[in-house]
Design a protein around this ligand. Structure first.
Ligand code: NAD
Length: 381
């Protein structure tokens, strides 16, 4: 089977789905690997490194896509480019199935078997394939690095002959995968870190990273679903949470927000009034921006300056640490492909396999995921 990767075309997307390291693993599994010339350059992987691993480097992008038995992508390709895939071939990537209805329909019509990495069940068995987690970790790290760079204070306590300056104070709201990495990064940089989450289990994880759990007078005893995600809270709860957080925000130099509830718009946790109480020079890094943001003032991929408080709403932070993010993402794909590879060196689509069936978006001419099928049909009408 021939596995291909091309240069990503989404704006500000610098990652690549196959690295020289993952190509080596794929070739060891018995696959042929071909990559568009320059596909890895923005992630600091020059063509030479691919060639050394036995990867074919090709210039004709359309011909490469047409030659693919499987196209490994980071982001969803355009519907037009996806049309270039042969019937019966495979596509894997963050295909944004909830938004890309036209792409999903075309993939089904073309009889392409497509896998959306967002849909992969996040079970223990799937940990090595969990691209949402790997990229969220990078985003959490990057959020703190950027916030530290934009911040006029230094993060660690510094004791010098000229005296001592106290550490910066960082608040992380939402301590899932991205939030925990943000906490760990801010701690490594020497900041004094506090964090809050509505899932009670998180307190211990926050404390194990050397941060303090921010206690708010809210009942969160029932805050977690059986799947380990946050439960959606009612408007009354959120209003109280906003008010309580608002009283505390003024103490912090950096606020990183990552709060999400699956399938819902991001909860609004930082009001404009609370931001107004923050001191000039403070930085808010709102990682929930792709889902509408946790702060009322956030604008996706823009900086808002509110009387000296800088609010950022980055939507694709992982792409900014493209080499590290690509290494992790390409390993997630390699793990999924290894999981699916049969002894004959082919990728098998076993519909009985929970992970395969979970991630499968289109197969045999139909949209296999029920929820996406309904959404796609509604758009088509
Ligand atoms: P997520 O991106 O859906 O949400 C981020 C965080 O926001 C979560 O911790 C959530 O509790 C929090 N949140 C939601 N509403 C909030 C509010 N009003 N105030 C404050 N915080 C709020 O979550 P995620 O990062 O994808 O991970 C969620 C959980 O799933 C974590 O426990 C994670 O460890 C777990 N997980 C497990 C596996 C696995 O077992 N393989 C893989 C991935 C994630």
């Amino acid at each position: 089977m021939r596995l291909v990767a091309v240069q990503e075309r989404a704006p500000a997307e610098h990652r690549v789905a196959v690295t020289p390291e993952s190509a080596k693993g794929l070739i060891q599994c018995g696959f042929d690997v071909a990559v568009e010339a320059g596909a890895g350059l923005e992630a600091s992987f020059p063509d030479d490194e691919y060639l050394e691993q036995g990867v074919a480097i090709e210039r004709d992008r359309a011909a490469l896509i047409e030659s693919a038995d499987a196209w490994l992508a980071v982001q969803a390709p355009s519907p037009e480019e996806a049309e270039g895939l042969r019937s019966g071939s495979l596509l894997m990537g963050f295909l944004q199935p909830y938004d890309q209805h036209l792409l999903v329909s075309r993939l089904a019509q073309k009889r392409v078997s497509s896998f959306a990495m967002e849909l992969l069940p996040r079970t223990t068995l799937a940990q090595s394939m969990d691209a949402l987690s790997s990229q969220a970790s990078i985003a959490g790290y990057r959020a703190v690095i950027l916030a530290a760079a934009y911040q006029t204070k230094v993060l660690p306590m510094m004791t010098t002959p000229a005296g001592t300056i106290p550490p910066a104070r960082v608040l992380v709201i939402g301590a899932g995968v991205a939030g925990l990495q943000a906490i760990a990064t801010a701690r490594r940089l020497g900041a004094r870190v506090e964090a809050y989450d509505t899932r009670p289990a998180v307190k211990e994880q926050v404390e194990s990273l050397g941060a303090r759990f921010l206690e708010l007078d809210l009942d969160v005893s029932d805050g977690e679903t059986s799947g380990g995600y946050a439960k959606a809270q009612g408007e009354e709860f959120l209003e109280r949470q906003r008010a309580l957080l608002g009283e505390r925000l003024k103490d912090f130099d950096i606020v990183v927000t990552t709060a999400l509830v699956p399938g819902m718009p991001a909860p609004k946790l930082l009001s404009a009034a609370a931001v107004d109480a923050m001191h000039a020079g403070a930085v808010v890094m709102d990682l929930a921006a792709p889902n509408g943001g946790n702060c009322d003032l956030t604008r996706a991929d823009e900086e808002v300056n509110r009387d000296g408080v800088r609010i950022f709403g980055p939507t694709n932070l992982a792409a900014e640490s493209a080499r590290g993010a690509s290494r992790m993402y390409s390993r997630n794909l390699l793990a999924l492909i290894r999981h699916m590879a049969g002894e004959d060196g082919n990728i098998q689509i076993n519909l009985e396999d929970e992970l395969v069936a979970g991630a499968l978006l289109t197969h045999d001419g139909v949209v296999t995921n029920e929820r996406i099928r309904t959404l796609t049909q509604e758009t088509a009408q």
